[in-house]
Write a new protein. Structure first.
Ligand code: 1PR
Length: 584
């Protein structure tokens, strides 16, 4: 049987890719044994995780030779992320492992001199004029909208990786597009003959990404059309290489706290300083919210868990409104469910059918025991979520316990924490640390051993210093660890991103805690998401300008429709902050 095949080796989220292909009206077959590879008429290799594990999986499963033979046969091949990197000779990520060696060159780690690593988020591709002209002059077309492999010049796509192939002129014949991150320029699209690979994830790049997949599915892979207009607007290679600044976008993230309400339904809720029970209404003054899109007929009852809508519906609404990423936080632990029945798994499966931007899931990423006594490691729990459509897992309480262990161990990694095991198997970019700190005021820095800041917002007794204490169990239990200790330890253990909440600001709409966020951003090299307190568009402008964070997240203002995501992005754009334009 021919058809479209997926070469999956079991690392990370391939559900989104399968869903994207299905959404475009195509069926995907799975490569289950080496001989399946040569049966394919078209093959997609979506590499995720580390270079070494990808290549080792190809070798162990005896896929490497049939893969080389498939590529030599001239049939269309598409590689994604590590699927692109594996075609090269090797990677700094795994120096002892050889790549497939189809393209000359070695994959290198980004430097952290001028940017956060991983490169996580939306960035532009620059189609190279010379590569297009030599390949496609005969294909010029009058239609302005015809795109090269569905790729639009200067459009942003979703990247997530710490290693890339630096561009040099020897790679010209292989390079369709490059991307700049910081001052580094790397190969973001490879194309030669039947080979087409993207370093970014088309299945996570909204409708712009779906267009690329469609172009691959609908054409023979090599069929390309290009308009004269497109060629005219393509910047020359010199323009690109002289560019001083990258075109990396700031992300706007919508966060959905999910829990069961008092009726046992799974709802999106929202706390005030983490208290999700409604304190604003009285029994006679219950609050009806009548909106479209899954919010109609919602009744908030005094003292009960606030209900702001249905998780899957709200996630779709935010995708349509231009959210660059969606985060689900499971804020109840569903202790009575066995791992495979966790309600959030189904929410992710359903969300990933229609939402094509990255999905993060947090809450309960730790070792768990099923009601029948069966033990599951945090790594298994995370694996279940990745297979259900999550791209990243976010770890809260367990990160505090791991930090305590790390500090007790003389700042040495043990290798057995959830952060380390998940980062090792799925890559750092898949591990987010959700921090739930609250302010502790002191009169003088000498009053505490913790990392202290001078604050412009004095404490209740006029204290002008504070430190940020980490908490577990949704803010209910404070530990003797400060945020600075936590983020540095988690970065050392292999975390790829920090989701920085602040209990004092959560749900207050009074703006982000700039002092906290600026301090954390300065302390780590991994990307930071600012969270808690967004009340209007200007708060987003302020946090990006004042702290340099890569992303900002909000919940309440989006759920209550007080400030639409489009409006946040419009204002950011107007104020010169680079954001991803909404795509359709
Ligand atoms: O400890 O690994 O099981 O993870 C639990 C996760 O659930 C943590 O990420 C923790 O932040 C979250 N969580 C637990 N309890 C609550 C609660 O509200 N009672 N939610 C809770 C925290 C998430 C924030 C919020 C922002 C923006 N809320 O990210 O979305 O503060 O809100 P805003 O824009 O309305 O101000 P584990």
């Amino acid at each position: 049987m021919g058809g479209l095949y997926l070469l999956d080796y079991g690392a990370g989220n391939v559900r989104s890719l399968v869903n994207a292909v299905n959404q475009l009206g195509y069926e995907m077959n799975w490569v289950n044994e080496p001989s399946d590879i040569l049966k394919a008429d078209k093959l997609i290799f979506p590499g995720v995780g580390a270079f070494g594990s990808a290549i080792e999986a190809l070798n162990t499963k005896h896929y490497a030779d049939p893969l080389r033979e498939y590529i030599r046969s001239g049939k269309p091949f598409m590689g994604i992320c590590v699927g692109l990197q594996s075609l090269f000779e090797g990677s700094e990520e795994s120096p002892d492992v050889s790549g497939l060696g189809i393209i000359p060159g070695v994959v290198r780690r980004f430097d952290t001199m001028d940017k956060a690593v991983p490169h996580m988020g939306w960035n532009e591709v620059f189609l190279l004029k010379n590569s297009l002209q030599s390949k496609n002059e005969e294909n010029l077309d009058k239609n302005d909208d015809v795109l090269h492999y569905g790729i639009k010049q200067r459009t942003a796509y979703y990247f997530v990786h710490s290693y890339a192939v630096p561009y040099n002129s020897q790679l010209k014949e292989w390079t369709l597009a490059i991307t700049q991150y910081g001052t580094e320029k790397f190969v973001s699209v490879v194309q030669k003959d039947n080979i087409f690979c993207t370093q970014f994830h088309p299945e996570k790049s909204g409708y712009s990404g779906l267009r690329i997949l469609r172009a691959f599915l609908e054409t023979n892979g090599a069929a390309v059309q290009l308009t004269q207009k497109t060629i005219n607007i393509i910047r020359s290679l010199d323009d690109v290489t002289n560019n001083k600044k990258d075109r990396f976008r700031k992300r706007v993230i919508a966060c959905l706290d999910v829990r069961t309400n008092d009726e046992g339904d799974l709802v999106v809720t929202k706390g005030d300083q983490y208290d999700v029970r409604d304190r604003t209404t009285t029994a006679n003054d219950n609050n009806h919210i009548n909106n479209n899109n899954g919010l109609s007929n919602i009744v908030n009852v005094a003292g009960q868990v606030r209900n702001l809508g249905k998780p899957v519906d709200l996630a779709k609404r935010y995708f349509d409104e231009g959210a660059d990423e969606i985060t689900f936080l499971n804020i109840t632990s569903f202790r009575n469910s066995p791992l495979t029945d966790l309600p959030m798994l189904e929410i992710l499966r359903r969300t990933s059918e229609t939402v094509f931007v990255p999905l993060t899931i947090g809450g309960g990423i730790r070792d768990i025991i099923d009601p029948d006594g069966k033990f599951h490691s945090a790594l298994e729990v995370a694996g279940e979520y990745f297979r259900s459509g999550a791209d990243k897992v976010s770890i809260g309480s367990d990160a505090v316990y791991a930090t305590e262990k790390y500090l007790k161990n003389g700042k040495k990694c043990n290798g057995d924490t959830a952060i380390e095991t998940i980062a090792h198997a799925y890559g750092s970019q898949a591990v987010v640390i959700s921090v739930d700190p609250k302010r502790v005021y002191v009169k003088s820095p000498t009053d505490t051993n913790h990392h202290c800041l001078e604050t412009s917002i004095p404490g209740p007794n006029g204290e002008s210093y504070c430190w940020y204490q980490c908490t577990v169990k949704g803010g209910r239990e404070a530990h003797d660890i400060d945020v600075y200790q936590l983020v540095n330890a988690c970065e050392a253990m292999g975390a790829g991103e920090i989701l920085l909440n602040c209990i004092n600001r959560d749900g207050t709409s009074s703006g982000f805690d700039i002092e906290l966020i600026r301090d954390v951003k300065k302390s780590v090299r991994i990307p930071v998401i600012a969270s808690s307190g967004a009340g209007n568009e200007e708060h987003f402008v302020e946090v990006f300008r004042e702290t340099g964070v890569e992303a900002a997240l909000a919940a309440g203002i989006f759920h209550r429709r007080e400030v639409p995501i489009e409006s946040v992005k419009r204002v950011l754009k107007g104020r010169g902050v680079l954001i991803r334009d909404s795509d359709t």
